[in-house]
Design a protein around this ligand. Structure first.
Ligand SMILES: [Zn+2]
Length: 284
């Protein structure tokens, strides 16, 4: 073993035996193995604050192979619902008391944001699920997608095929390599980047496939939100182990800078009262 390498590990849980990989900081690549786990950790899923750059992430993650089938999102959702049911007495009451938050938060829809900020043309949806989020894109947009769940990718391929696009089954980094330079005018990263094991590599590969001036619209949970600070471990943004990366507005911008995007937060894109934030990244 070379210094800094870690033994391959396995984990026996509700999904059977799955391979586990050790992650260095997704933003600055620092190895935080010696750092204590934060109080947000759960089971073997240790959440670390990078001691060098402050990025927050799960240090051990299921390998890509597990994400294809055994731990596809639609399966882990059932287990996550059980974990949440056990903490519901507190969070349900809290959520009721803070219902006012819903009324002051403007609702956003990805297909409308793309219509507002991108020119008609090819659009790629990273982590496209069953494709329905792109089914309502305005005329002139041709939807493409990449999805790691085999079952969902097949459904999306049917939806996109009707409009001249297609969906690829695989990790986004591999899927993007199938597209030529400057092929897309826009990208949708809706509730995706927090799941991605290699967010910097994906944002760089996406940059290659975007035309100059092309935009990537990102929606991720906001680890800097007031609700996370108030509810702590019970914050709705924690999903074990699906959410591998926990962004704040600052660390999202830092990652975008590293990958040569210009970042813009609209006036209502990162309200501290919202559990999620949006960012518009432009290829420079
Ligand atoms: Zn770091």
């Amino acid at each position: 073993m070379l210094e800094g390498q870690h033994m391959p590990e396995h984990w026996e849980g509700p999904f059977g035996k799955v391979g586990i990989v050790h992650r260095t900081c997704p933003l600055c690549e620092h190895d935080n193995g010696a750092q204590p786990a934060s109080r947000y950790s759960h089971d073997i899923w240790q959440i670390k604050y990078c001691s060098r750059c402050g990025f927050v992430y799960i240090e051990k993650a299921p390998d890509y192979e597990a994400l294809f089938s055994k731990m596809a999102w639609e399966r882990t959702t059932k287990v996550e619902e059980q974990r949440r049911a056990s903490i519901r007495p507190f969070s349900y009451g809290f959520s009721k008391r803070t219902k006012w938050r819903m009324r002051i938060l403007p609702r956003k829809k990805m297909h409308l944001l793309i219509g507002s900020y991108a020119k008609p043309g090819n659009v790629i949806d990273l982590g496209c699920g069953n494709g329905m989020a792109m089914a309502t894109l305005a005329d002139g947009f041709v939807p493409f997608g990449i999805e790691i769940s085999t079952h969902l990718a097949r459904l999306a391929d049917g939806v996109f095929g009707n409009r001249g696009g297609r969906a690829i089954n695989g990790p986004c980094l591999e899927g993007l390599k199938e597209f030529p330079d400057a092929f897309f005018g826009a990208a949708s990263l809706r509730s995706y980047l927090e799941h991605e094991m290699k967010p910097v590599a994906v944002l760089r590969e996406l940059h290659r496939t975007l035309e100059p001036g092309g935009v990537a619209i990102i929606k991720v949970p906001n680890f800097g939100s007031l609700n996370r600070m108030v509810t702590g471990r019970k914050w709705c943004g924690f999903r074990y182990p699906d959410h591998l990366n926990y962004f704040t507005p600052g660390t999202l911008r830092a990652m975008a800078d590293k990958c040569d995007y210009r970042t813009w937060f609209g006036s209502t894109f990162r309200l501290p009262t919202s559990d999620n934030m949006y960012a518009l990244l432009t290829k420079t």
